[in-house]
Design a protein around this ligand. Structure first.
Ligand SMILES: Cc1cc2nc3c(=O)[nH]c(=O)nc-3n(C[C@H](O)[C@H](O)[C@H](O)COP(=O)(O)OP(=O)(O)OC[C@H]3O[C@@H](n4cnc5c(N)ncnc54)[C@H](O)[C@@H]3O)c2cc1C
Ligand code: FES
Length: 290
């Protein structure tokens, strides 16, 4: 059982949690993730370890509520427990001294990118960061990213904040400028990472992406996270989650990630109804309604 010691809303759908997990905190490196199960009989879902504090024995997770399990997690508060937290899993991100790098985060992917950008800065790289989201309320960690970047650019699809457009628009400008960018790290939705990789391929710039394949065990046993890299089958959990963006078969992965869409929608709808029913019976039970 893992105690939640801090909970903070970063946007209407994105929440930060600090959890007591001393062994994971001690071993975790940038790029590692955990697999959590919120309650008994619950689904197992992978989440990146955004930060860890070995002295306090805590890890930080930042989670977007998009379906049943992430919404169930959002009902947990400080003082509540998460049933299982397994990790650290996956390979740590390769952190090299490239010179100048661009770090590109889309939506909640910025949370996964932050520890990597921080590690890249700490070994002496000049870090240009780009953070993008559909709209202003979905931009997260702007101050944190600004702190560990030499320069930060923010884009929103709808123009509600900073530059209107996609992260690839800002990245193209960076690649065209004489910054000498020699590596790009991109984390976000699959179509975004595909677009970034297509762009950087034209410039011949090495690109690392973090693949959010569907995972179950996270240890290489179930085969759920199969991805095709340069024509070869790999497991995102044990061979990744970072891969060379130019070698990933994104179309296959996008298709595979849609495998359970109908079931995910059913359990999401059921969960929303159960929550509304529970709220209604709580209201009905109150004195003024009796
Ligand atoms: C290595 C890795 C790190 C991740 N880190 C983060 C993070 O730091 N923060 C964050 O908000 N999200 C992260 N994700 C995505 C997160 O795991 C999914 O959003 C979550 O599993 C959705 O579950 P759900 O039941 O709420 O939604 P569902 O309705 O079940 O699914 C919504 C979408 O999430 C994806 N998904 C569902 N189940 C899984 C699963 N078991 N494994 C992977 N993807 C799944 C599918 O693409 C699906 O279409 C990460 C994924 C991976 C693979
Ligand atoms: S999650 Fe099971 S093999 Fe990767």
């Amino acid at each position: 059982m893992f105690l939640i010691t801090h909970k903070e809303k970063l946007s209407p759908t994105i929440t930060k949690y600090v959890i007591i997990a001393p062994f994971i905190a001690k071993k975790r490196k940038a790029g590692n993730f955990v697999i959590i199960r919120v309650e008994d009989n619950g689904e197992r879902i992978p989440l990146t370890i955004v930060e860890s504090n070995p002295e306090e024995g805590t890890i930080t997770l930042i989670v977007q509520s998009i379906g049943k399990t992430t919404k169930l997690l959002a009902t947990k508060n400080v003082g509540d427990f998460i049933l299982d937290v397994v990790g650290p899993l996956g390979n740590a991100t390769p952190i090299h001294l490239h010179g100048a790098v661009a770090c590109v985060g889309g939506g909640v992917g910025t949370a996964e990118l932050y520890p990597i950008a921080k590690a890249l800065k700490s070994v002496g790289n000049t870090v240009y960061s780009i953070v993008g989201a559909r709209s202003k309320d979905l931009i997260i960690l702007e101050n944190e990213m600004a702190e560990i970047s030499n320069e930060l650019f923010v884009t929103t699809d709808d123009g509600s904040y900073k530059r209107k457009g996609f992260v690839t628009d800002a990245l193209k400008d960076l690649l065209d400028a004489p910054h000498g960018i020699s590596a790009v790290y991109a984390i976000g939705p699959l179509p975004m990472m595909k677009a970034v990789s297509n762009l950087t391929k034209k410039y011949g710039v090495k690109t690392y992406v973090s693949l959010n394949a569907i995972m179950v065990d996270g240890t290489g046993m179930c085969g759920g996270c199969r991805v095709t890299i340069d024509g070869e089958m790999k497991f995102a959990c044990v061979d990744g989650p970072e891969f060379d963006g130019h070698a990933v078969d994104f179309d296959e992965l996008i298709m595979r990630n849609r495998t359970y869409t109908d079931l995910e929608q059913i359990s999401n709808t059921q969960f929303n109804h159960e929550t509304i029913d529970a709220d209604l019976s709580a209201v009905a039970g109150r004195k003024e309604f009796v």
